[in-house]
Ligand binder design. Structure first.
Ligand code: ZN
Length: 112
């Protein structure tokens, strides 16, 4: 009979285990050249998460989804205008402009 009582007590105490780990943390995954994944939890407020981490196989893994600082020389940087052109053609923009101008002229005529 005493054994079943001990069992319930174990279940009750297991609650407290997680309490110390409630600090927010982010998982960071590193991928080595052999495509091994290493995922490590870092404190979310840690501003110094390493960009590289040594894999279990001994190779150096790089942070998953993290772009290294190096940027190719003279790299093309998209402007707002480029992004606009990706969504609309010049012809469409001209149409929009005409519509806008017509609206402007129309409202001016009305108020005049
Ligand atoms: Zn590896």
């Amino acid at each position: 009979m005493s054994e079943s009582m001990r069992g319930t007590r174990l279940g009750a105490t297991s609650y407290e285990v997680d309490n110390g780990l409630s600090a927010p943390r982010q998982l960071t995954t590193y991928v080595c050249p052999e495509a091994h994944h290493t995922t490590l939890p870092f404190a979310a407020e840690a501003d110094e998460i390493p960009d590289t981490w040594q894999c279990a196989c001994g190779l150096m893994g790089t942070r998953w989804g993290h772009k290294l600082q190096e940027q190719p020389e003279g790299r093309y940087v998209r402007t707002h205008w480029d992004m606009l052109l990706e969504r609309r053609t010049i012809a469409e923009l001209e149409e929009l402009m005409k519509e806008r101008l017509a609206l402007l002229r129309g409202s001016q005529k009305k108020s005049a």
